[in-house]
Ligand binder design. Structure first.
Ligand code: GAR
Length: 189
């Protein structure tokens, strides 16, 4: 059995989609949802889906002692960032080498880096009149959005697309391809 911990700071719709994808599997399980936000909607999803959930503020997360102990005790193989907005501290990257992956809602290296998340990304894509956007799934290193790419998928944009319409197209790609990218990363563990 391979065990995934999903880190999310917001709604958690990707977390739910990933859980649904792996639910029929006897080889892979979403064993934990971790969030740094005490009011994140992902907590309600985790409870409904009966996935153990841990909430921890930034200070405790950066300190790491408690989180590392939890991840070790659950025998987590892969950490999946699905809308997780804090920078991953060095202790986690050292403890999970090539075992932390992130999804970014654009075609990196474009529209990446600190402050580029969620609707900020789609608004910037719209401002630049891009004809396409997409998703990037990549390994995580100490810098925002810079690790080795695992998968990219793109979508065409129309000049009339609003940032919300761009977000919807990108979200569809996330639901269709993020679980597959996780499978790909798991196969190498
Ligand atoms: C997703 O679109 C994800 O790509 C993005 O946050 C959203 C989370 O949605 N991540 C980033 O922008 C990271 N830089 P969700 O909470 O509904 O899964």
């Amino acid at each position: 059995m391979k065990r995934i911990a999903i880190f999310a700071s917001g709604s958690g719709s990707n977390a739910e989609n990933i859980h649904s994808y792996f639910k029929p599997s006897s080889n892979v399980e979403v064993s934990l949802i971790f969030t740094n936000k005490y009011d994140a909607f992902v907590i309600q999803r985790a409870k409904r889906l009966k996935i153990p959930v841990v909430v921890m503020g930034k200070k405790e997360f950066v300190d790491g002692v408690k989180l590392l102990a939890i991840l070790k005790s659950l025998e987590i193989d892969l950490i999946v960032l699905a809308g997780f907005l804090l920078l991953i501290p060095a202790y986690l990257i050292e403890s999970f080498p090539k075992r932390i992956i992130n999804i970014h809602p654009a075609l990196l290296p474009a529209y990446g880096g600190k402050g580029m998340y969620g609707m900020h990304v789609h608004t910037a894509v719209k401002s630049n009149n891009e004809s396409s956007s997409g998703i990037t799934v990549h390994y995580v290193n100490e810098k925002y959005d810079e690790g080795e790419v695992i998968l990219q998928e793109s979508c065409q944009l129309s000049p009339t697309d609003s940032p919300e319409e761009i977000a919807a197209k990108v979200q569809k790609l996330e639901y269709d391809f993020f679980p597959q990218a996780i499978d790909k990363a798991l196969a190498l563990i």
